[in-house]
Design a protein around this ligand. Sequence first.
Ligand code: S3P
Length: 448
Amino acid sequence: MTARSADRWIVSPGQTVRGCVRVPGDKSVSHRALMFGGIADGVTTVEGFLESEDCLATLKALRALGVTIEQPATSRVRIHGVGIDGLKGAAQPLDMGNAGTAMRLFMGLLASQNFDSILVGDQSLMRRPMERAAAPLRLMGARIDTRDGKPPVVIRGTPNLHGIQFAMPMASAQVKSAVILAALRGSGVTQVVEPAPTRDHTERMLECFGVDIQREGSTISMRGGQRLRATHVDVPGDFSSAAFFLVAGSIAEGGAIELQGVGMNPTRTGLLDILRLMGADITVSNLATRGPEPTADVRVRPSKLRGIEVPLELVPLAIDEFPVFFIAAACAEGASVLRGAEELRVKESDRLATMSAGLSALGVPHRLMPDGMHLEGRSGPGPVFKAGRIDSHGDHRIAMSFAVASLQAAGDIEIIDTTNVATSFPGFAALARECGLAISEFQTETGI
Ligand code: S3P
């Protein structure tokens, strides 16, 4: 049998961007819509669902746990909720693929069940830290084992968890959400204190499902023993996918890009603030609220970017956008500095190391630090990036970031290991081509 996969891109230099595009649905919101719909009473409908590999891993896992999910169209799902006590043990280990969000949120959801579960994932996920979620869940009474802190995660279901007060040691929406999900079936009140604000999709969406959950300052509180009422969820366009086009539109030599229906949750739009501090020309219009999340249309035009020191408080609010921020910083006049971003070391790849290797391959002067990077900025007019070959290490956001760099490149950029772009942004290459990027996709034939 021959397997084919789009695993290599060659992106030729381009200069002008154009177009009016709609990026696919938000990944974080899509995961949560499936999970919350699965444990709600009644039928939840989802519009704008992101049909990506990561979200499909969550969908398949829920089916294995006894939830009926229909998908009448690519971006529409109907979830027949089984209620808070209705999940059934899966016969096989649950495969989370590349999805850290799926694994950590399922840890919370499954810790309080009356059956056992095993969570596994792909090569990248099997190397990622899971104790950050397991440790607070154990404080609630959960019985969870990891191997050297990593998957497989073995959960012995414990239905009588109790609420905790938990001060998170790191700013992580996944850890916060795991604790909240476990607390839903537990006793007493659970409080999670954030060291810095993180994305709040879980809190917003639980409210839409009728759950009483409160925030006061940096503390989120919720009483256990609440039921979820099925609802309709409108998924906004993923700001993290729009980010590639925001940087493309900013560093291009001419043209403009308009992005429609982009999620504008302020816990996600840190890159917008960062780009504006750099002098980007971005206008936001048609602000609206679609269910739990605000959306808007965003227009971006090329501008002369200035290097900046990224304000520390924006780091968690732009955490997934730093690969493409480094591309913008390389094109800016003057140096840029990012500190306080050690979390990038434990994403789908070590994003500081992977970006540093890629920037070196394209001749970009920079200094890697344990928690960030110092970039010199452009040395004068003309292309910023040399031609070269980038290994994305299977990290979707690294691959897409270096594709954007082609707008300021002197020659072809070859990007390998691009298959995982489908985990968050299936169709990226086609949409980028529509906007003027010259991406050619190649597929390696592997005999199996
Ligand atoms: C996510 C939270 C973030 C982010 C990830 C998605 C979520 O991770 O990087 O892509 O959906 O909750 P952390 O919570 O680990 O910061």
